[in-house]
Design a protein around this ligand. Structure first.
Ligand SMILES: Nc1ncnc2c1ncn2[C@@H]1O[C@H](COP(=O)(O)O)[C@@H](OP(=O)(O)O)[C@H]1O
Ligand SMILES: CCc1ccc(OS(=O)(=O)O)cc1
Length: 260
């Protein structure tokens, strides 16, 4: 992609045309034509799904879930491309056909609203971990993301972006509906509802919750060691000096309000 193309400003009209509407929800272009296949996507009882509205700390959560479920070493996670291990259902890469063939247990991510997820996930056996983040921080993160994303090249003001956010005019639709729908399902046996801020405030409790939800049995010492490893992952993201090679993408981490 030529530099000049990457810098091309997106006018409001151009920006609008990048989305499409599905049952009244604005979705990114790569979701077009695959929503029915997604609804019928074959789910397995051993699957673990991570679902978030974009910019809710998905990457951090996936690392913690990977560590808790696989007992992996955080330094190893730092060196591997974990995104390859946890595909996003609706993204063009690797695509639905590849995800269908992955060996169990699969860890799959998605930003789709609850009602658009594979219907077998609704009250099914596969585990679904949802994480919500304070919308005031999320919108700043989503704004920066839209400005840096080549395909979006968003050039409006933050105020205008906030208006879009409040009026459900961004990709993946209304944050409010997204969270509310999952909140209404938080008591379902296969759903775990988490908050991004709790991960920073009380990681040990979250690791305990995750271990219990994922059926990972561990004694007190193992839990402490897991929590210590998870702390390393959180610190690595917010502390440039602690970053192993290959985790420069974390340097955009900013101070967020953890009071909500
Ligand atoms: N260990 C970690 N790895 C990646 N992102 C992390 C992280 N800890 C916190 N985050 C934050 O999660 C947000 C990105 O969310 P997502 O992974 O859903 O795209 C970013 O917020 P900010 O843009 O506010 O810094 C990022 O800083
Ligand atoms: C608006 C397009 C888009 C693309 C990808 C997204 O998800 S993530 O932030 O990369 O996880 C969200 C929106």
């Amino acid at each position: 992609m030529a530099e000049s193309e990457a810098e091309t400003p997106s006018t409001p009209g151009e920006f609008e045309s990048k989305y499409f509407e599905f049952h009244g929800v604005r979705l990114p272009p790569f979701c077009r034509g695959k929503m029915e296949e997604i609804a019928n996507f074959p789910v397995r009882p051993s699957d673990v799904w991570i679902v978030t509205y974009p910019k809710s700390g998905t990457s951090l959560l996936q690392e913690v879930v990977y560590l808790v479920s696989q007992g992996a070493d955080p330094d190893e996670i730092g060196l591997m491309n974990i995104d390859e291990q946890l595909p996003v259902l609706e993204y063009p890469q690797p695509g639905l056909d590849i995800i269908k063939e992955l060996t169990s247990p699969r860890l799959i991510k998605s930003h789709l609203p609850y009602r658009f997820l594979p219907s077998d996930l609704h009250n099914g056996d596969s585990k679904v971990i949802y994480m919500a983040r304070n919308p005031k921080d999320l919108v700043v993160s989503y704004y920066q993301f839209h400005r840096s994303l080549r395909t979006m090249s968003y050039r409006g003001t933050f105020q205008e972006f906030c208006r879009r956010f409040m009026n459900d005019k961004l990709g993946y639709g209304s944050w409010f509906e997204h969270v509310q729908e999952f909140w209404e399902h938080r008591m379902d046996a296969n759903v775990l509802f988490l908050k991004y801020e709790d991960m920073h405030r009380d990681l040990v409790t979250m690791v305990e919750q995750l271990a219990r939800f994922l059926g990972v049995s561990c004694d007190k010492a193992q839990l402490e060691s897991l929590s210590e490893h998870c702390h390393q992952l959180v610190d690595q993201c917010c502390n440039a000096e602690a970053l192993p090679v290959g985790r420069a993408h974390c340097l955009f981490a900013q101070k967020t309000s953890l009071r909500w």
